[in-house]
Design a protein around this ligand. Structure first.
Ligand code: UDX
Ligand code: UDX
Length: 448
């Protein structure tokens, strides 16, 4: 099977960069990325400086492939009809209503996508789960194809994306591994091979791992859970360090030098954020409970609980520093993104910390080099339970520079590991370093 046309549904953080790289590396395959969001597609087709997603190196990739064999469109049906291979990269948020609310993944968009594909497809298709999904989702998708399809054959593969934001392009160019799960039937194996052939254009063969569908689906959840578990482990130890006089950075270095453990993902912080870790672990916990594995569920749930504890603990330290009340105090919030080199603020610890400080009476001066004021205001509106907008508009300011944010403030919090924050010196100001960024620590320094 030689693929000539690919369609990807969902032009987000996963779909956009992944398809851009496939198009770049496979010039003889036409790649069309579709999305229901017209504004997003317009931005993908607009000036390179304003692509909807900021990722180092992304603009260069789009510049080369866009218009050649990479297209962005809102014509979903047309792209489905024409493609032999369809990636589903729509979002799978945590359910907010119904059975499993607050834990299970909301598969509404994935199911809508599958229905759309089934109804439109007039020729056989390979359909690929790119979104992170609970194990055995392929079964549900197959049911939709069987029920809604027009007699054509659908082969479902799982090909989870392991890219991390901020390094997406590098991660796609040099993936640690590409995982492809497929059915052990003849048609399943043919579809797997067709996808292997695409990646083999730039990924060494030994890094392309093929498995059954269930292993592939679960491997994504398990990988994210294990990465997050390392962060919660080191963060839990940071609390013990503070009681005992041990230094968490020194501890982390000492532990990480054991080659069996390794140094990565051992940086203590104000807590992990991002669209994946919390959502995927909650999903894993829900799955374990569903299968009656309560002890296993509780084990993984603890990773989230420690993360919540860490955010809470950090915010409380700031409040305690000012005697339990922040009324009349101005606090600079430096960093709104959930990590450096991205404009993404989903589940960012900053949203939570800022809320807690605000509710303890603080006036906030927020600065982030990449997250737009529009997104910051939206986060505040959507995630803080504030009665009236006027309650916060007069007490929250979004600054354009670091110094604007810090000049008048009584305390400064560092919540994202942006490089530029490492260089600033704060004299005689209380500094709350949620990322252990500063080397020259002043008298009023409070780290994690
Ligand atoms: C998301 C999840 O966060 C991640 O866990 C999963 O692995 C892949 O999907 P991301 O790309 O970051 O990743 O999501 P998002 O930026 O929200 O993009 C999803 C896009 O799908 C949005 O642009 C949305 O408009 C689009 N969409 C959603 C459709 O085009 N059709 C739909 O029916 C639903
Ligand atoms: C993660 C996974 O790394 C990626 O493989 C998967 O595809 C999606 O989820 P991402 O959320 O983009 O990627 O970022 P990641 O670099 O993993 O960081 C997640 C959070 O953990 C950030 O808030 C980061 O600041 C924090 N973190 C990371 C720490 O607090 N300490 C660390 O040592 C590492």
């Amino acid at each position: 099977m030689k693929i000539k046309k690919i369609c990807c549904i969902g032009a987000g953080y996963v779909g956009g960069p992944t398809m851009a790289v496939i198009a770049l590396k496979c010039p003889d395959i036409n790649v069309t990325v579709v999305d229901l969001n017209k504004e997003r597609i317009a931005a993908w087709n607009g000036p390179l400086a304003n692509l909807p997603i900021y990722e180092p190196g992304l603009a260069e990739v789009v510049a080369e492939a866009r218009g050649r064999n990479l297209f962005f469109s809102t014509e979903v049906d047309k792209a489905i009809e024409e493609a032999e291979m369809i990636f589903m990269a729509v979002n799978t948020p945590t359910k907010t209503k119904g059975e499993g609310a607050g834990m299970a993944a909301d598969l509404r968009y994935v199911e809508a996508c599958a229905k759309n594909i089934a109804q439109v497809a007039k020729t056989d298709k390979v359909v690929i789960e790119k979104s992170t999904l609970p194990v055995r989702t392929a079964e549900k998708i197959k049911e939709i194809f069987d029920r809604e399809g027009k007699g054509v054959h659908f082969e479902i593969l799982s090909n989870p994306e392991f890219l991390a934001e901020g390094t997406a392009i590098q991660d796609l160019f040099k993936s640690d591994r590409v995982l492809i799960g497929g059915d052990e039937t003849e048609s399943g194996q043919k579809a797997v091979q067709a996808l292997v052939d695409i990646y083999a254009n730039w990924i060494p063969k030994e890094k392309i791992l093929t498995t059954n569908v269930w292993s592939s689906e679960l491997a994504k959840l398990a990988s994210n859970a294990m990465l997050a578990q390392r962060i919660s482990s080191i963060n839990s130890l940071s609390a013990l360090c503070e009681k005992t006089g041990a230094n968490i950075d020194e501890l982390s270095k000492a532990i990480g030098m054991d080659h069996r453990i390794g140094p990565k993902f051992l940086k203590a912080s104000v807590g992990f954020g991002g669209s994946c870790f919390q959502k995927d672990i909650l999903n894993l916990v829900y799955l374990c409970r569903h299968y009656g594995l309560d002890e296993v569920a509780e084990y993984w749930h603890q990773v989230i609980k420690i993360n919540d504890y860490q955010k809470e603990r950090f915010a409380q330290k700031i409040i305690d520093h000012f005697g339990g009340d922040l009324t009349g105090k101005t606090i600079a919030i430096l960093g709104w993104a959930f990590k450096a080199n991205t404009n993404d603020s989903r589940e960012s610890p900053a949203i939570y910390i800022a809320e807690k400080l605000f509710k303890a009476g603080a006036i906030l001066e927020i600065f982030d080099p990449m997250v737009s004021p529009k997104i910051i205001w939206n986060d505040i509106k959507n995630y803080w339970k504030v009665e009236k907008e006027t309650d916060f508009k007069a007490k929250i300011y979004i600054s354009e520079t670091i110094s604007d944010a810090t000049n008048k403030s009584d305390g400064v919090t560092l919540l994202t590991e942006w490089e530029e924050f490492k260089k600033i010196a704060f004299l005689e100001k209380a500094v709350f370093d949620g990322r252990n960024l500063l080397k020259n620590r002043e008298i009023n320094y409070v780290g994690i």
